[in-house]
Design a protein around this ligand. Structure first.
Ligand code: DGJ
Length: 318
């Protein structure tokens, strides 16, 4: 009996047996070992058959952990990508909101993140690391302020033409600065624009739907949730629309971290991941997955659901 169970789990993990699955929102998320998933402020990337969930860990000197799944429901722990021991500069650091993209030219996975010294948020730097293998420890490159700008909450976006962009909260979180990356994705090449100066936005995440780019962000209220807003543009360089409210006034008690594009055999759907932070105890923070739908080319729809059913193969989320 035990052997049959193990075989079924292996078939599910390798994607051979895949019936889709249901996520229950509001509780703790466990990996396939039965351990609590520690991957906050996360980013996602699809490599082969696997979706990777890469996020903040903060336990036992680990900064960034990596989980993978074929169905976006069952997550297998694959290892720690960045720890206090990865580089001398990280000995005294805090890392938030890691995001990873793949560079087709160099064959490297490149991670961008928010760097601080422990709980002091005044360094306000971006940091960069890379790896040849998404599941293996990353090589830390550096932390810096892009074009001398402060850089806190951030996201990374790779476009269909291979160009990659970094977007981060600048000027004490008053502005959002958009940068194009160099060809190797290891540095910023250009400060393209500053979005909504004085708008006080953070927790940005970008996606492309049809011919439009969408940017979702939260307001700035520390660890407490607030109203998510979105804007869209035909070119990532702008002009961007005004910011509009979406979801309820606390974003269903979450702060955005990433929206996964799920390209299936039948359709392309979008899966929102928000952090449900515990302001009193970071380690009690959990996650909420919700479908993000579109009612027309420029109107995303975002509603609360207790349960989310995902068929990643077909690209159907409801
Ligand atoms: C909200 C940010 O979005 C988080 O990533 C984190 O930086 C907290 N603020 C810190 O207060």
């Amino acid at each position: 009996m035990k052997h049959i169970l193990v075989a079924v789990v292996l078939l599910i993990q390798t994607g051979i047996l895949q019936a889709g699955g249901t996520i229950k929102n509001g509780g703790v998320f466990y990996d396939t070992r039965g351990e609590v998933i520690n991957a906050h402020g996360a980013g996602f990337i699809k490599v082969g058959n696997y979706y990777y969930w890469i996020g903040e860990n903060r336990k036992n000197g680990v900064f960034v952990s990596c989980y993978r799944s074929t169905d976006l429901v069952n997550w297998e722990f694959r290892g720690d990508l960045l720890t206090r021991e990865s580089h001398p500069e990280l000995q005294n650091a805090n890392i938030e909101r890691p995001k990873v993209v793949y560079n087709d030219k160099t064959g490297k996975f490149v991670m961008w993140m928010h760097f601080e010294f422990r709980r002091d948020y005044s360094a306000a730097r971006a940091a960069v690391a890379w790896s040849d293998d998404i599941e293996k420890p990353f090589t830390y490159v550096k932390s810096f302020r892009p074009f001398e700008n402060m850089s806190r909450d951030c996201t990374l976006f790779k476009d269909t033409d291979g160009k990659a962009y970094f977007l981060s909260a600048a000027r004490e979180n008053y502005d959002l600065a958009l940068y194009e990356l160099t060809d190797d994705y290891l540095d910023t090449r250009e400060h393209i624009t500053t979005l909504w100066p004085g708008g006080h936005r953070e927790a940005p995440t970008l996606l492309k739907h049809g011919k439009y780019y969408f940017l979702f962000t939260s307001g700035c209220t520390g660890w407490n949730p607030n109203q998510m807003k979105y804007a869209y543009a035909e070119s990532i360089r702008g002009p961007w629309s005004e910011l509009k409210n979406i979801g309820d006034e606390t974003t269903f008690r979450t702060q955005p971290t990433y929206i996964v594009t799920v390209q299936g055999s039948e359709k392309t759907s979008y899966l929102y991941l928000g952090d449900r932070w515990d302001p009193k105890n970071y380690f009690n923070s959990t996650y909420i997955f919700l479908p993000l739908k579109f009612s027309d080319a420029v109107t995303p729809v975002f509603e609360w659901q207790e349960e989310v059913t995902i068929d990643a193969k077909k690209g159907i989320i409801h």
